[in-house]
Write a protein that binds this ligand. Structure first.
Ligand code: FES
Length: 163
């Protein structure tokens, strides 16, 4: 074997070794990313009824924040596994509003004195019944199904909706 052939053989080996290592590195980085992107398409998020308290805890004419667990939190979600809703009680029963603004999803605050929901992000304002009062939101606050069972109020959780 000549020196030229030996160098050619070494170059070919190194090229193949680089390609193989590059492929392994791409797989190590790429497989988790592809899994992360495809998981929501494969695994549907679950809805679940969450107990938020006894009926008597909520006075007629009030709107209060109720906190509960996400139906399918990620194992590493931590505090993000908690979510909330605004629960309004009227003579007609209960209405649960999602805490997230229908503009870009910021959590809205309830101003009891003004009887308005206010979004701190871009100034979105909603009436007590969730309809838009002003600002950039185009849709009323999303509502979540509510039921009363055995004297307890339950809210059907669902994935966050944005625009
Ligand atoms: Fe609420 Fe923009 S996110 S007004």
């Amino acid at each position: 074997m000549t020196t030229s052939n030996r160098e050619e053989s070494r170059r070919t080996f190194l090229n193949r070794a680089c390609l193989a290592l590059g492929g392994v590195a791409a797989a190590i980085v790429g497989v988790p990313i592809v899994g992360y992107l495809l998981t929501p398409l494969i695994k549907s998020s679950q809805s679940a009824w969450r107990d938020v308290g006894a009926v008597d805890n909520f006075a007629v004419g009030t709107t209060v924040e109720v906190a509960f667990d996400e139906p399918s939190p990620l194992p590493w979600a931590g505090q993000a596994a908690k979510t909330a809703a605004w629960l309004r009680r009227t003579d007609d029963g209960f209405t649960a509003f999602a805490v997230n603004c229908t503009h870009l999803g910021c959590p809205v605050n309830w101003l009891a004195d003004a009887k308005l929901f206010l979004c701190p992000c871009h100034g979105g304002v909603f009436y007590a019944d969730g309809k838009v009062a002003g600002g950039p939101p185009q849709r009323p606050l999303w509502t979540q199904p509510v039921r009363v069972r055995n004297g307890r109020v339950e809210i059907l959780t669902r994935p966050l909706q944005v625009a």
